[in-house]
Write a protein that binds this ligand. Sequence first.
Ligand code: SAM
Length: 528
Amino acid sequence: MPGRKKHHHRNGGHRTTTTNNNHQKDQKPRPAKEASPLPEQALPYRIEKSEIYGRYLVASRQLEPGELLITEEPLAIGPCVSGDPVCLGCYRPVTLASDQYRCPACAWPLCGPSCSGLNHRHGHTADECQLYGERKAAAGELLTDRAGPAEVRDLYELVMIVRILLLRQHDPEQFQLIARMESHTEERRKNAVLWQHYEEKVVQRLRQDWQLEDLPAEQVHEVCGILDVNCFEIGQNGSKARTLYPSAFLLAHDCRPNTAHTDDPRSYAILLRTSRRVREREALTLSYAYTLQGTLKRRSFMHEGKLFWCRCERCADPRELGSDCSALVCSACREGTVRALEPLEQAGDWACDRCPHRMGSEDLERLLDRINNDLESIDVHDIPGLEKFLLRYRNVLRPNHYLLLSAKYSLCQIYGRIEGYLLPEMSPEDITRKESYCREFLEIVDILDPGLTRLRGLIMYELHAPVMVLAQMGMQRGQISRQEFQRRLKEVVKLLQTSRDILCLEPEGSTEHAMGMAAADALIKMGC
Ligand SMILES: C[S@@+](CC[C@H](N)C(=O)[O-])C[C@H]1O[C@@H](n2cnc3c(N)ncnc32)[C@H](O)[C@@H]1O
């Protein structure tokens, strides 16, 4: 699957938000109007409330893996907050060059005059275009190739906020569904840096530069909070957007969740399924953070954006449920393993299990940031670069460390798929390398993201090819017995069947669904 730009730990995951409307919270929560058309008593979940989670969903009966729980279109959608400009209609990348097509009325870049998102409620609407057109000098016209990434980011950040504020007048019912979400406004107000950022970049900008003086500052801050706490990051086939969904926002977070979600590339609807069996009354959970990140990073991400400290089983375990994906090699004795002493103490020390060496969490964070920057500077298609990265840090990080796994995941995907490394021209050593990276990665995904999850489906699909090719080579060269060949073939069939079953759950038109179909084809060709 060439074309991925970022390493795995930067991808995937979910983002969510909140509201501070206590009067609304006290009402009996009801599924939103766009939620499943099933009558309330037939829904596979119900809404509960707790001191810790606030509102959250629990299974109303035992649920089997792969059950579709929620499918609903977004209440609001907009570009992600990043320095990368996208089309306001379909969220695919655009440039800011002078020859980039732009909306004739408001001057924001678009992919082209026939973009499917033009005049569409999930894209660039006439209401938004009119407002931006009136503020051309404060918005669209600033988006040129002279604009730096921070300027571009600041302008794109405004889009979804403005879209939600426009709903106030144009669709008050829809706006109310968003306003009932958690915003954590009071806690956010106490964070001076965060509050100031939104005050300057959003509130003042909209009220002064955009001359929207009538916008109440409080309401704008509320919307910013709702977005930070409840947004999902979605996208297929190159498009990237953030969305608010009417019911899916209610799911609580867990770092080893029991649901998985994907989105329809045409309607942007979320499809949320159980990834494994869920007992009646068990909380339905998804991961707000990137599954393949270490505890320190996941917890600080959730604390900064979602305003809570995660205390799930994985976060509480220094070995992260046996995955050890935050473990380091001891820099003093070179033999022991360094792990958090008290993982739920964010500022607590990390210690070696063999010698008295200790490390403060701030030093550790600095070290991890440095290694992360190193990884990010390597192109995801640069096989020698990624291999060197693995060598450079093998005496610093344990093999399952999330930063090494991230590089290994990129390698799993590109070995066998790019020029110079296509399977027929790869050496048996390189094919074996692809196989072992896939196996190492799968072992960890089986622990941290088990069941019917996209990551498992993708990695199993990647693994079937080297197992098959090496089995054929071994047989041709007389290196393995017929019995061993049959055993390996059986594994290939199992891998293809599971990846087909997982990836065919992805929406039609997505790359993953196409891979699921390729797995199904391969099985037919093998007579299975
Ligand atoms: C997307 S909202 C979920 C719905 C929210 N509980 C509500 O009542 O609107 C995310 C918020 O739920 C709470 N939350 C979700 N998962 C949690 C967890 N594992 N531990 C503590 N709080 C959690 C936090 O307040 C978080 O900011």
